[in-house]
Design a protein around this ligand. Structure first.
Ligand SMILES: *Cc1c(COP(=O)(O)O)cnc(C)c1O
Length: 316
């Protein structure tokens, strides 16, 4: 079921050229890989990360997926939708006991898609990655495959590795927003020797390289290979705009202007920050006569939280 679905959906992720005159003059071509178009609910890299987790679930004959997320989590909605499409059940453990299914449109959508939502305290949420906690959950929900928050596991990374294999233009640089680093680690596998992956962490004070190193090490890849992969990573860590889910008037204005000029919507949590970093980086002459790729990892379902803070819609 899921196997057939997923091959169809991925064709919607087209490669789109963005024409910016100042860049054109300097011989820079900019392409956007539109993973945000794969599915309205399973947006962008969350689809990539779920693909093999769903396959694993099917091969282990599990009833469904048990996972975690915050109130506006792209991953929760994506899991709910992917499981529904695959004929699996889904349970989402949500951060915040004070919330309920009616709290916002993300949670409503999860419920509509058949996900069972369990609202847990922040204390319980804080131990979501602890082994002992997983054992308890495993005992409580033996029929469910546990997938970490954000789809951040080995299977998620393998799915993300496939993104670059769909790119049919030769490129020099690829830019991607970074949360757990799963997507960027997957991308790093697919790079050729002269290509660089530019990561834009959306968390403040995040140790990108350390985290990527740790995730790659857990796969059992040898040290030398990891060093080689890491040598192709460049970190742009000044674009968190205050931290996770934080934003500034400058960022919001940038996202709106970018939409006006190019008709492409970016979200304020991830892709807006990454595109801001990309355009800033490209001011440097070292990018002259290069081809640059931006991975649109999706995230537009989750903008309601930001709109509530703004007191208005992000896009007209
Ligand atoms: C989850 C998410 C990311 C972060 O990806 P990681 O693999 O966790 O680094 C980036 N962009 C969007 C839109 C996301 O929803």
């Amino acid at each position: 079921m899921w196997g057939n679905w997923c091959n169809m959906d991925v064709k919607r992720s087209i490669l789109q050229e963005i024409e910016i005159q100042e860049f054109k003059k300097r011989g820079i071509s900019l392409f956007v890989k539109r993973d945000d178009l794969i599915d309205p609910d399973i947006s962008g890299n969350k689809w990539r990360k779920l693909k093999y987790n769903i396959a694993l679930c099917e091969s282990k004959k599990k009833t469904g997926i048990l996972t975690f997320g915050g109130a506006y989590s792209n991953h929760l909605v994506a899991t709910a939708a992917a499981c529904q499409q695959a004929g699996l059940k889904a349970i989402g453990l949500v951060r915040g006991e004070e919330l309920n299914v009616e709290s916002n449109s993300t949670l409503k959508r999860c419920a509509e898609l058949g996900m069972e939502l369990v609202f847990i305290s922040r204390e319980e949420y804080a131990i979501r990655n602890d082994k002992a906690y997983h054992e308890t959950l495993g005992a409580d929900y033996p029929e469910y495959q546990l997938v970490p928050e954000g789809g951040a596991n080995y299977y998620g990374m393998v799915g993300c590795q496939e993104i670059l294999s769909e790119i049919d233009v030769p490129f020099d640089h690829v830019f991607v927003a970074q949360g757990t680093t799963t997507t960027s680690c997957g991308i790093s596998f697919g790079l050729k020797e002269h290509q660089k992956v530019h990561v834009v962490p959306v968390l403040k004070g995040f140790d990108s390289l350390g985290e990527m190193n740790s995730i790659l090490s857990k796969t059992g890849i040898d040290k030398e290979t990891i060093e080689e992969l890491m040598s192709r990573v460049e970190v742009h860590d000044e674009f968190h705009f205050g931290g996770y889910a934080k934003h500034t008037p400058e960022l919001i204005a940038f996202i709106r202007k970018f939409y006006d000029q190019h008709g492409l919507k970016l979200d304020p949590i991830y892709t807006g920050k990454a595109m801001f970093a990309l355009l800033k980086a490209l001011e440097l002459p070292k990018y002259d006569n290069t081809t640059v790729l931006f991975i649109h990892t999706g995230g537009l379902q989750g903008i309601e939280g930001v709109e509530k803070q703004l007191g208005e819609k992000l896009f007209e």
